[in-house]
Structures are given as structure tokens and as C-alpha cells.
Design a binder for this molecule. Sequence first.
Ligand SMILES: Cc1cc2nc3c(=O)[nH]c(=O)nc-3n(C[C@H](O)[C@H](O)[C@H](O)COP(=O)(O)OP(=O)(O)OC[C@H]3O[C@@H](n4cnc5c(N)ncnc54)[C@H](O)[C@@H]3O)c2cc1C
Length: 411
Amino acid sequence: MTTSTTFVIVGGGLAGAKAAEALRDNDFDGHVVLFAAEDHLPYERPPLSKEYLAGKKTLDDFTVDPSAWYRDHHVELQLGTEVSAIDPKAHTVSLPDDTTVAYDKLLLATGSDPRRLPVPGADAAGVHYLRTIDDAAALNSALTEGSSLAIVGAGWIGLEVAAGGRERGVNVTVVEMAEVPLMGALGREVGEVFAKLHRDHGVDLRLGASVQEITTANGWATGLRLGDGSTVDADAVLVAVGAAPNTALAERAGLAMGDGGVLVDPSLRTSDPDIFAVGDIAAAEHPLFGTRIRTEHWANALKQPAVAAATMLGKKAEYAELPYFFTDQYDLGMEYAGYAPKYSRVVFRGDVDGREFVTFWLDDDNRVLAGMNVNVWDVLDDVKAIIRSRTPVDPDRLADPQQALGELTPS
Ligand SMILES: Cc1cc2nc3c(=O)[nH]c(=O)nc-3n(C[C@H](O)[C@H](O)[C@H](O)COP(=O)(O)OP(=O)(O)OC[C@H]3O[C@@H](n4cnc5c(N)ncnc54)[C@H](O)[C@@H]3O)c2cc1C
């Protein structure tokens, strides 16, 4: 690579910022341009529904790098600039003012946007979505003690905000279509643990319920009307029904798509040899599971960029990390590792009612696909080793806290 080489990064979230860092860490001395649609320096999103909501952190605490870092590392950061098109043949990206910027290699890290709720009232004032710091600031000011919040969707963000709201004395109702919270992510067995957690903390959890309308008065949300005709009164509404990856640019550029994202090989290269994708949009071939995996997880955004940057610089690299996720709700902290979209059985180890346990998701052959430690720490490495071993384990031994996890699989 020569100093006249230009690498362009599209997307100023965690993955985009980490990619810029990784290029410089790998001694790339060419031109790096990072386009970011938001006006803020790239920041991490998990605190938006946790410490920021609880008033324990401010934006500075979770900004990836201060502006001096971009200046000192000669990274041209273009905030408030949404790339509008890619021309893979010409090797250019287009900007809203119709100018183009040429690239030698291009990295896409465009992340996700919240899914909208297709019901009447969804655009009323007082209806919140949560993706950006601006969204979080608006939601924050709505969560005053004694007020009421209706949350549509019992996924991670809905539940974390429910917990944050309850801790601030807000009356919280959560409406969820599935029969348990987090059904898609964790399945019924563990979803029930989260249902009990929230009910124990005073959340009015309505399961198996659909939202027909966000009710309004004078253009402001006043609550929800559900499928059974019942209503929920609320001062504010949060719609938290999942995220949709921002793949439009990639699609229009003719890149191969699949699994809801941009297809990439284990080195994170797309179907175009000079274009790479990381973070929420990347559907990556996983060397261990032998399948494509796209996750909307902080850990991917943190770690995939180092692999993509190495590949962009012509080095051999592949992304083989296990998917990893964490959440904090009330006094429940947990980590989840692995990949279990389908499983045969769930094994609990420890005190489920006391919310101090480890859960495992097993396949037909008793191989552990995923594990989750709840208020039990220092076991993650053992859990990951069991998953990585891909060998059957005895479920009874797995369930028995007297059996050391580290001894359940051959080393
Ligand atoms: C409230 C909240 C809480 C979360 N909590 C957790 C958690 O506890 N654990 C966990 O594992 N994950 C969590 N996540 C998910 C995690 O934050 C995401 O997986 C991560 O942010 C993905 O990073 P990314 O860089 O791929 O995308 P993003 O963070 O979405 O960043 C993409 C950026 O690209 C910009 N962009 C998009 N298109 C363009 C364009 N054309 N031109 C220029 N810029 C563009 C966007 O504006 C955005 O700023 C949470 C997410 C949210 C919203």
C-alpha cells in the first residue's frame, strides 16, 4: 500500500471507528476517510438503554475515541455525511451534494435502524424509538417519576428500558406478541425467567398481545389499543420491535445479500473483492458452526473490524469468535455466548429462582450450542470451551454444580 491509497469506511458507529483504529494499528499509512451520518463522534450503543438511562454515564463515557484521536491519526472523519451510493466499478462513493470520493478499498459498517410499527398513531409525538443518543435523550426526559410508559416489544431493548424505567419510579407496561419475552433470542424456558424477573419488579407484562393502534389526543400518544380491544394508558410509548440492518447501499451496489444482511466470507470480504462489511449488517460465514451468522451484537462491532482491516491490507485473517451478548436488568447481569437458533433441550445449572445460574442450549447429540451465565461470573471461558469442543456432554453432569465445567469436555 502507498500513501496515495484511500480506504473509505461508511458508517460511524462502533464498527466504523474500530475499523479506522485497526487500519492505523496495522500501520496502514494511506488515506482513511470515515463517513458518519450522525453528527456525533462514533459511540457505543449498549449504555443508551442501561447506564445512560440510569444517569450513571454520559455520552463522553462511551464515545469510542475523542476527536483528537482522529486528528492525530490522520483519519478524515466526515460527521453528518450520509453516503448515498456506491459505484463498485468506478470505485467511488457518492455524497448527498453529488460529489464522489474514490476508494481503493471500501468497508461498510452501516449498522441498523429500529423497525417501525405499522399501526395508526406510530408517528405521533411521544412515540419513541431507541437507537441513537438523540433518541435516548428524548426518552430520558420522558421517564419522570410517577409517569407511565408503554413499551411495545419484550426484546432486549424493551426489557432494559422497562428495568431502567422501574428503577426511576415509572409505571411500565410491556406488550409482547410472543408468549414469553425474548422468545426468539433465548426460547421459552429462559424467556420465562425474564417474564418473572420483570413481573417481580412491578412491570405489567402483557404477553401474547398485539398492538392495533397507538392512541392519540391532539397529535400526542396517549397509550395503546390492543388486539383484544383493551387499552393501555401511557404518557409515552416506546416502540422496541427489533432492528433492520441498513443494507440498501450494498443492495443497490449489487453486492450478494442473504440472511438479512450483506454476505461476507470468514475474512469479511463481500462478493466484491474490494468491499468489506462488518457489524450488524455482516452475514458472515462462521468457521466453527459452518453456517452464515448475522448478529446485532456489540462484540461483533468491536472485534470484526480488526479482521476486516487485516484482510483489506492483504493479510490472512478470519473471524471465528463465538457470538457474544450481555445484558443488565435490575440486579440480573448475564452473558450469552454461542449460537442456538434451534435447539433440542435446555439444561439449567444452579439456582434459577434465585437468579444465579448457568443455562446451556443443546442439540440432538447433546452438543452445547450456546451458554448463558446469569449472576455467575468467571465461567465464560469454560462455557466457550465447551461450545468450541463440539463434543457431546452428559446433561446430568452439566446440570450438576459440583461437576467442574472445565472438566466436562476433553481438553
Ligand atoms: C439501545 C441499544 C442497546 C444495545 N445493547 C446491547 C447490548 O447490551 N449488548 C450487545 O451485544 N449489543 C447491544 N446493542 C446492539 C449494538 O449496539 C449493535 O450491535 C452495534 O451498535 C452495531 O454496531 P455497528 O457499528 O455495526 O452499527 P451502528 O452502531 O448502528 O452504527 C452504524 C452507523 O452508521 C451510520 N450510517 C448508516 N448508513 C450510513 C451511510 N449511508 N453513510 C454514513 N453513515 C451511515 C449510522 O447512522 C450509524 O451511526 C444495543 C443497541 C441499542 C440501540
